[in-house]
Design a protein around this ligand. Sequence first.
Ligand SMILES: O=C(O)c1ccccc1N[C@@H]1O[C@H](COP(=O)(O)O)[C@@H](O)[C@H]1O
Length: 180
Amino acid sequence: MFLDRIGIDMIGIVNEPSSPRFAKKEFNKMIRTKVSRPVVSVAINHDNLDLKADLIQVHRILNDDELERLETMSTSRFILYVPVSEEGRIYLRKVVSHGFDKVLFDSPRRGLRTSLQLAKELLDVFPDAGLAGGINPENVVDFVSLNPGWLDVSSGVEEYPGKKSRDKVMKIKEVIKGGV
Ligand SMILES: O=C(O)c1ccccc1N[C@@H]1O[C@H](COP(=O)(O)O)[C@@H](O)[C@H]1O
């Protein structure tokens, strides 16, 4: 399948109903039969997450009670969103102290490009984190140069909201393969 052939490491499925990329939890199960890569359920609200997915990406800042609750599940199954902002710097310490080892640095608001300078500062603290936030074929080189644990690309490789562009996906892959 195309998704397997292009050499991605994980496939994120947005299970948040308010998103133009919304897919039902059943879709996660179906896509899992088609690809060998881990499927990540992405949502803002806990109830919308697919707890059966390989990985679970909670896309908002969690309070102490919520972090403690997730900690009792399995920290290694969660990817925790950390905003690239001053608030994110403080929140990162909390997330790490709760034992989470998969962290995604993303812009503080959807549609906003992540600040490279602030992202660099957060990556100095937590180098294995993923990096997201408005990455597209034109700017991916700048994000690669920060050497994050992984890159998470979504709206920047779309034809329109909800429809991925094969050309843009291939283009971004070529840039990454070409190095910086
Ligand atoms: O894509 C969405 O609409 C979405 C909705 C709710 C939570 C997260 C969402 N997207 C995730 O955000 C990051 C960065 O995406 P982008 O490249 O800036 O568009 C990524 O993990 C998306 O899956």
